[in-house]
Each structure stands twice: as structure tokens, then as C-alpha cells.
Design a protein around this ligand. Structure first.
Ligand SMILES: O=C(O)CCC(=O)C1=CC=C[C@@H](O)[C@@H]1C(=O)O
Ligand SMILES: [Mg+2]
Length: 382
């Protein structure tokens, strides 16, 4: 496929309620939508970088900059046979995975549409439905947390993920277990809030029969996580520490984790997400699809990826209304039955674009054309 035009749209959407983690409080979802045009087809992608670089080194501005200055011009230079070529094409650039993934995702969607297949099929997905969980931010009180958990359990979510941080960890988890019993599928996500000096507290979490403790230690660590995993019964799941298939290989080899949370944007796109999925499958390490509070296009990409066979743990792909009063896709992403989403069978991401919702949320829109002189490439010829 020859890309003729690429559009970037920066949008900002209010969250239904603030979402607090150990990294801070989010009240809006700000992201960049990517539209990739070839002939009569258009593919859609979405960047997941936050508006401040607290989750990784990127933010919305760095994503736009890297796309405009390097990645879009480079893609215009090439005829792409298969989307798997894009991550190699971008491999000269260090990191900036969320910028790369937003553009690569649009190419994957475009490719699937041109082939007349769903994105799930194009990726090799086998599931026709996916079980989904919910991520609950840090609440001001344990009582408020219990109210949120009660509502989501009633809604039928297949996994309840609770954010923890120093001072809000053992007691909230104990209260959930005492209130809802041992059968609620429960996990904790620490977002790197602890160190090995907290090992005794982290071992206390073992009594709650959690599915996993996600990213308890430093965002760039796999050594201390291996030490901690040897002391814990509860499986450690790595999120922020895993950026590449090599990171995953090393973490599995060291015993740093027993589960991996795959986020398309964190690992640089669908091609690399699939490589990590396949490596984990070969090593009997289950994976699940993490979330970044995506709007509908990003959420649709997550659904397609989560249809791959080794995504055996419910992911954080809640229906749109969990976070937003209006979504940028139609139909809205919603349960087919409690805790279950259908995997679309229509071509590409399988959702239409709600242009009115995008217009309402639009901050900036810019079109780039392959035949435009100003779209020059500032990188060596790779
Ligand atoms: O998108 C969702 O529903 C889950 C969001 C979520 O839990 C996270 C988003 C971004 C960073 C973190 O706060 C956290 C995570 O680490 O998984
Ligand atoms: Mg996480």
C-alpha cells in the first residue's frame, strides 16, 4: 500500500470521574488520532501517551513532534506490503513507542480493510468474544472504594483491578475480601510505588489470594522484581518494565514475573505486541491487555489484540461509558453480556468513527501529503 495522506487530530475528552493512581490524578483523556489514507481506504490509530510523561518518557506533544518530524515522512517514502514492515522501518529511532504505535496501528487497520478482514483476523486472533475487567483508581476512602467495587461486581466485570500506593494497600484489599468474599477475581496495580524495603508489606498481600500484583517496583526494573517474586506466593505482573520482546525474554528468564500486561502503545505497536504474546505463549506465561484510558479507536485496537489465544486473563478494556459520556466510535464499545465484549468481524477495527464527537473534542488537526515538498525526511536513508 502507498500512503497518500496522513492526518493527525489532537483531541481532549473529559473523564466521567477523576482517575487517581500512584502517579497522579487524570481528569481528561488527551490523545492524538491518526488517519492513514490509501486509495479509497482509511485506517485509524490512536496514541496512548498521557498529557504528562509520568507513565513513560512520552507525552502528547512528543508524540505529535516525532510523528510530524520523522515517522510520517519516513512512511511516505515507502510502499508497504505488510504492516509488520513498519516497526522495522521505525527501528532506527530509539523508543518513542507510543508515537510509533499510533501510526503503525493506523497502517494495520488500513491493511486489514484493504484485505477485507477484521483487525483480529489480520493479527491471527482466535477469540470471538473477550472477557474484560475494570481498573479502579485510588479512592479517597475505603468506603468509597467498596462502593465502586460493588458496582463493578454487579456489572459483571471478570477482573477487579485496584490501584494501591504506600498507605493505601493492605487495608483496602482486606476490606474488599471481607466485604465481597474470596471469589471476586481481584488484583492490585502499584505503578512502581514500592521498593524492596517494602517487602514485608507486599508479602502481607499474599493472604488475599490476588490474581497478581502489577508493577510493584521500579518502572525500569526486572532484577528486584525477580528477588521479590521469589518471596511472594502471588504472581507479579509486569507492565511499565516491559517495552520490548527482549525485555520480556529477560524478565521471564530471570523469574521477574509470572504474568505480563501487554499495552500496544508501550511496546511500539501491534507487530511487537504480537511478538511478546507469542514469546509468552511459548513460555507458558499468560498475558492480558492493559489499558491507557483509551478513547474508542485505541479501545478497538485493544479488543482485536486481546482476541489472540494467550490473552487468557481478562484485560482492562472496559466499555466506553466507564470513562466517557460520549465515545469517538459508533456503535459504542459495550458489553455483549456482563463482562464480555464481542470481537468485531467487520473489516479493520470494526467500528465507525463518530465525527461529531471528534469535532466536539478537537484541539488541533493537521494533514500531511506524500507529494508535498515540505514533508521531507530528516533521517539517514535506512
Ligand atoms: O484503561 C484502563 O481502563 C486502565 C487504565 C490503567 O489502569 C492505567 C492507565 C495508565 C497508567 C496506569 O495508571 C494504569 C496502568 O498502569 O495499568
Ligand atoms: Mg499498570
Amino acid at each position: 500500500m502507498k500512503l497518500e495522506r496522513i492526518d493527525l487530530q489532537r483531541i481532549k475528552i473529559p473523564l466521567n470521574s477523576p482517575f487517581e493512581t500512584s502517579m497522579g490524578v487524570e481528569t481528561h483523556k488527551e490523545c492524538i488520532l491518526v488517519r492513514a489514507y490509501s486509495g479509497k481506504h482509511v485506517g485509524f490509530g490512536e496514541s496512548v501517551a498521557m498529557d504528562v510523561p509520568v507513565y513513560n518518557e512520552e507525552d502528547v506533544d512528543t508524540v505529535w513532534y516525532m510523528l510530524e518530524k520523522y515517522l510520517i515522512p519516513q512512511l511516505f517514502k515507502r510502499e508497504i506490503e505488510h504492516p509488520d514492515e513498519v516497526s522495522h522501518l521505525f527501528s532506527w529511532m530509539r523508543r518513542n513507542h507510543m508515537a510509533k504505535a499510533a501510526l503503525e496501528g493506523a497502517v494495520w487497520d488500513l491493511y486489514a480493510k484493504m484485505q477485507g478482514m477484521s483487525l483480529s483476523q489480520a493479527l491471527g486472533g482466535t477469540r470471538t468474544t473477550i472477557d474484560v475487567g475494570v481498573s479502579i483508581g485510588i479512592e479517597p476512602t475505603i468506603e468509597k472504594l467498596l462502593q465502586r467495587v460493588e458496582g463493578f461486581v454487579r456489572d459483571g466485570y471478570k477482573k477487579i483491578k485496584v490501584k494501591i500506593k504506600p498507605g493505601f494497600d493492605v487495608e483496602p484489599m482486606r476490606a474488599i475480601r471481607q466485604t465481597f468474599g474470596p471469589d471476586v477475581p481481584l488484583m492490585a496495580d502499584a505503578n512502581s510505588a514500592y521498593t524492596l524495603s517494602d517487602i514485608e508489606m507486599l508479602k502481607e498481600l499474599d493472604e488475599f489470594g490476588l490474581i497478581m500484583i502489577e508493577q510493584p517496583l521500579a518502572h525500569d526494573d526486572i532484577i528486584d522484581h525477580a528477588t521479590l517474586q521469589r518471596e511472594l506466593k502471588t504472581p507479579i505482573c509486569l507492565d511499565e518494565s516491559i517495552h520490548t520482546v527482549e525485555d520480556a525474554r529477560k524478565a521471564i528468564g530471570l523469574g521477574s514475573c509470572r504474568i505480563i500486561n501487554i499495552k500496544i502503545g508501550r511496546v511500539g505497536g501491534l507487530t511487537d505486541a504480537k511478538k511478546i504474546h507469542d514469546l509468552c505463549q511459548a513460555n507458558h506465561v499468560p498475558v492480558w491487555c492493559g489499558g491507557m484510558l483509551e478513547a474508542g479507536i485505541g479501545r478497538a485496537h485493544n479488543i482485536a489484540m486481546a482476541s489472540l489465544a494467550n490473552f487468557t486473563i481478562p484485560g482492562d478494556t472496559s466499555p466506553s461509558h466507564r470513562y466517557f459520556a460520549e465515545d469517538i466510535v459508533t456503535p459504542w464499545i459495550d458489553f455483549a453480556k456482563p463482562g464480555v465484549l464481542n470481537v468485531p468481524t467487520a473489516p479493520g477495527i470494526g467500528f465507525d468513527i463518530n465525527e461529531q464527537a471528534i469535532r466536539s473534542a478537537l484541539v488541533e488537526h493537521k494533514s500531511y501529503f506524500a507529494n508535498c515538498e515540505s514533508t521531507t525526511t530528516l533521517i539517514p536513508n535506512y
